[in-house]
Design a protein around this ligand. Structure first.
Ligand SMILES: Nc1ncnc2c1ncn2[C@@H]1O[C@H](COP(=O)(O)OP(=O)(O)OP(=O)(O)O)[C@@H](O)[C@H]1O
Ligand SMILES: [Zn+2]
Length: 815
């Protein structure tokens, strides 16, 4: 008579989608109380028995006789973080709807850093084992020399063996060696790590280490954030590691951005809603009380007081004893919003975003779980916050592409918000001055409720927009980026003591190093893309893979010694402004100047105190800011956006222009805006200048219906990448064929149009070739079933060897 044994089915980390299934493991008795659905464990996996993290999907008791041959769970490292049935179901939902693995889904849902690093060790058990091969002898000797125990990977590196080497496997089988694993918590993240030089270090350093040391030495004990140091010198993390190991520097954690959003609570008076705001709030409150879930679009022009409405609704949710979530596209763009909420609600607000250190994120997570915080504000991933009784989820600027994740799981926060709202009987409010065309369409069709705030608060007027024809400017001999009218207006504004904002659209506005003799452009050796010159560190950098090199001294192609920097970045514009506006205080904000974490908030606060006259920047100056002193907005380089190849190009361009123009004239003084373009007759720009979203959306919908684009169909993208172009293409062609067969066979009748495989706009990134297949399809379970079947068949045909494959239902930019 045999006793029952406990068997856990787990999903392992690092699986590809097509081999992500449940694997059964024996649960040792002592771990049984902790091993339950949602627990994370480590297990030996695969032929080499490498230890991997895994997620427990289910547990059951079985007769001991049926349990032979199973491997055993090694450790449990987390049984507490994910115990909510809702979040566990969400893992299944993500896997089914976004083609990720269970483990990837769990990783997205749990706070970053809640994972572990696994280190494997080899230990000598029988010191006098007779080796049966030369390799075995080397392994045994090496271990003996290290006191009988060594880390597996380090040992293999030393002996130039693979971790799964036959000799090691054989020694393990004979019991001469024992393999153990240790889990290390990953509390320390790069973002929080700083590095400082050891004063007076005189040991030997390599050239790269020397470079880093010289950068750090003048900073003394304060050092600098590791990321900034790597950026400045262009060396890799391992150079810094070695410098630290040599004793020439040390790492330390900087907790100062705990301060990121510490705000004194109190001092913010609740506002009196206007009549229009009041009506909308009352209506949505009624829907919240109904107990069934729903989705609303709050479509209000810039400065109409959408935020004021959120505050009212959030307060209502709390009064009902429920919780609320406010999602924002990018945390750095919204310091004002967070400050406001912290003042109003104090400690009840938890903020979740990627600039937090891992420890801080975990602590915010715990605060939410312990119900100390009942309002969560954060970016995309905050949608997974472990709230248990949600009444309201707001997505501010719902059209922003940052709500979609481009890496697995490739979800859209809006979909997840709706999934959760359904579960909680909560209300989802999508807010924007320029809703996504999808959302607008659904609202117009009556699928979601539509609320409008067509006027600005307190009768403020939307800015008057003037278009400047850059062709005429060029014809008149202008060689600068600033047109004459914009220059004049800036000067006027400066004299009047008013503030201005200039948006320089990033795309196409890079500075590249070009050879004046042969015309060659300095390109990334790993990607098909020109390098961009950064003045902050004097280097040429690749924005795709992070490669960087010192500014080239001569042309690679012809040897010409004088390369020219072409293009006009924000840096160049800043120089031009300094000339045009002598004495003006200019604040430049782009990824260079805001690399350090507090920079955004510090800069924006200084601007808001009137310490600057002009704010120049990329997309990050366009959105969400509320400065009453700004009366002039200039837009440069917008034509590049219109020239994009995506069907969403117009939508993005319209939204960006409307948003940035909306930064002006929010206070007592009226605002004006100047739009520089080479194509002043362009319909999209003209509508954007008039800020006529309704007409734009109506025309855009007509065009999309005609050409069959979303919302009239859905789009999915299969992306394939491999180091060999040929294997990538072959996999793509095979996938096309399988998809075609399924669509005409078993799945006949499902609407599906396929295009591809075609190369990505930038075909090679990080030494990998990238191809895509685009599908116009339905977004439903059966279509996903078809796709899954196709991927499994492709894997069976062994076409995925060395090829990475991903499916994305919200592909951005590429189509
Ligand atoms: N009822 C009100 N009472 C007092 N001030 C208000 C009221 N409604 C709006 N405001 C003020 O008007 C300004 C614009 O409001 P808010 O920032 O909420 O607009 P918004 O619609 O979110 O704008 P955007 O889409 O441009 O970000 C803010 O300074 C806000 O404090
Ligand atoms: Zn690159």
């Amino acid at each position: 008579m045999s006793a029952a044994k406990r068997i856990a089915t787990v999903a392992v980390d690092g699986a590809a989608f097509y081999f992500d299934r449940g694997y059964s493991y024996l649960v040792p008795d002592e771990l049984a109380p902790q091993v339950r659905r949602g627990a994370r464990v480590t297990v030996p996996f695969g032929r080499g028995g490498r230890v991997r993290s895994a997620l427990v999907l289910s547990c059951e008791d079985r007769d001991a006789c049926d349990c032979t041959g199973y491997k055993t769970i090694a450790t449990v490292y987390d049984s507490e973080l994910c115990d909510s049935p809702e979040l566990l179901d969400l893992i299944d939902y993500l896997k089914e709807s976004t083609f990720c693995t269970w483990y990837d889904a769990a990783k997205a849902i749990l706070p970053a850093g809640a994972g572990v690093h696994i280190r494997e060790y080899l230990q000598l058990t029988a010191p006098d084992t007779a080796p049966r091969s030369e390799t075995e002898a080397r392994v045994l000797d090496c271990l003996a020399a290290q006191g009988g125990r060594a880390e597996l990977r380090a040992l293999c590196r030393q002996l130039e063996l693979e971790p799964g080497d036959r000799a090691i496997a054989e020694l393990l089988r004979r019991g001469a060696l024992l393999k153990t694993a240790e889990n290390r918590r990953r509390y320390v993240s790069d973002q929080a790590t700083s590095i400082a030089a050891t004063a007076g270090f005189s040991g030997k350093l390599t050239a790269k280490q020397q470079q880093l040391y010289q950068l750090l030495a003048p900073c003394g004990n304060t050092g600098m954030p590791l990321r900034a140091a790597l950026y400045q010198t262009g060396v890799t993390r391992s150079v810094a590691d070695r410098l630290v190991r040599a004793g020439a520097a040390r790492y330390f954690e900087q907790y100062d951005y705990k301060e990121v959003f510490t705000v004194e609570s109190g001092g913010e008076q609740p506002v009196q809603l206007t009549c229009a705001q009041q009506q909308i709030a009352a209506d949505i409150r009624g829907r919240m009380d109904s107990g069934s879930w729903g989705c609303d679009l709050l479509y209000g022009v810039t400065g109409s007081g959408k935020t004021v409405v959120f505050v009212d609704l959030i307060r209502h949710a709390l009064e009902q004893g429920r919780q609320a979530m406010l999602l924002v596209p990018e945390i750095s763009l919204t310091p004002q919003v967070i400050t406001r909420f912290k003042k109003l609600f104090g400690q009840r607000v938890a903020v979740i975003h990627s600039a937090l250190s891992v420890g801080q994120r975990l602590s915010e997570y715990r605060r939410i779980r312990q119900k100390e915080a009942d309002i969560v504000i954060g970016t995309r991933s905050a949608v997974f916050a472990p709230l248990e009784n949600i009444g309201l989820i707001v997505l501010d600027e719902e059209q922003e592409s940052s709500y979609h994740s481009d890496s697995a799981p490739r979800y859209h926060a809006r979909d997840v918000a709706c999934w959760r709202a359904r579960r909680h009987g909560a209300q989802v409010v999508l807010a924007s001055a320029t809703p996504s065309i999808d959302t607008y369409y659904r609202a117009k069709k009556g699928e979601i409720a539509l609320y409008q705030l067509p006027a600005r608060y307190a009768g403020a007027q939307l800015p008057q927009v003037q278009m400047v024809d850059m062709r005429a400017e060029m014809a008149a001999g202008a060689v600068e980026d600033l047109s004459r009218p914009l220059r004049r207006e800036l000067q006027k504004n400066l004299q009047a003591g008013k503030q201005s904002i200039l948006l320089l659209n990033r795309r196409g506005y890079h500075t590249s190093a070009t050879c004046p003799t042969c015309g060659a452009v300095a390109k990334c050796p790993h990607c098909d893309i020109p390098l961009t010159y950064h003045r902050a560190n004097g280097r040429l950098m690749c924005h795709y893979c992070g490669y960087s090199a010192p500014m080239a001294t001569c042309c690679d192609n012809c040897g010409e010694p004088h390369l020219r920097l072409l293009g006009a970045g924000t840096q160049k514009l800043e120089d031009e402004l300094e000339k045009a506006l002598p004495g003006a205080r200019i604040l430049r904000m782009d990824t260079d100047t805001t690399a350090s974490k507090n920079a955004h908030r510090t800069f924006l606060e200084a601007f808001s105190r009137g310490e600057y006259d002009v704010l120049v920047g990329t997309q990050m100056v366009a959105k969400g800011l509320d400065f009453p002193g700004v009366t002039l907005v200039g837009v440069l380089g917008i034509d590049n956006l219109l020239a994009g190849t995506s069907y969403q190009s117009y939508e993005r361009c319209f939204s960006l222009v409307t948003q940035v123009v909306g930064r002006g004239g929010r206070g007592a003084d009226a605002g004006r805006a100047i739009l520089q373009t080479f194509d002043p007759k362009n319909r999209v720009l003209q509508l954007a200048a008039k800020q006529d979203y309704d007409t734009f959306a109506t025309e855009e919908l007509q065009a999309r219906r005609y050409l069959l684009y979303p919302p009239y169909c859905h789009m999915a993208m299969f992306s394939l990448s491999a180091t060999q172009r040929e294997s990538c293409l072959q996999a793509g062609r095979a996938l096309m064929e399988i998809l075609g067969q399924l669509a005409t066979g078993e799945y006949a009748g499902l609407p599906l149009r396929l295009m591809g495989p075609t190369p990505f706009l930038v075909e090679r990134v990080g030494d990998r070739y990238r191809y895509k297949i685009i599908a116009k399809c339905r977004k439903d379970a059966r279509t996903r079933q078809l796709f899954r079947t196709a991927i499994l068949q492709l894997a069976e045909q062994k076409k995925l060897f060395g090829v990475r494959l991903a499916v994305d239902f919200w592909p951005q930019g590429e189509i």
